[in-house]
Design a protein around this ligand. Sequence first.
Ligand SMILES: [Zn+2]
Length: 157
Amino acid sequence: MPDTSARPDRPDRPAAGTRAVGPLRVPPRVTPLTRAFWTGGERRALLLARCQACRSWLHPAPQVCRVCLSRDVVTEQASGRGTVASFTVNHQQWNPAGQVEPYVVAMVELVEQPALRLITNIVGCPVTDVRIGMPVRVVFEPLEDVWLPLFEPERPA
Ligand SMILES: [Zn+2]
């Protein structure tokens, strides 16, 4: 078979001389409702909305509790621990700056509450190691004036 590993028309293979890059990061638009979520990472805190009437965790943050319709919704710190509920591995080159390095886009369910989920990346391990049900914990990646909540495998202390 001919060697096609360096062909620029094969987006699944880095062409010779190109640079591997991670996910294309576009900073989120921060609003009063989302500011705590996007900036808590500066203090290593995963901050989520929580209803004070029924104690439900709520993400994305609403103005009114989706469970009991209370307007008494405030920000509280979650543990930052969860499990991978679902995931996919991206190979598409969204970033024009270089050849994409495969990365994991995952739905993580937090330990605080069933169905309390967020979309994130799994980092800190090979993409082939990620499994549904894998315990993970939050880590934060700074991007301009926000901190992105990403997750890595939970390792024994
Ligand atoms: Zn409520």
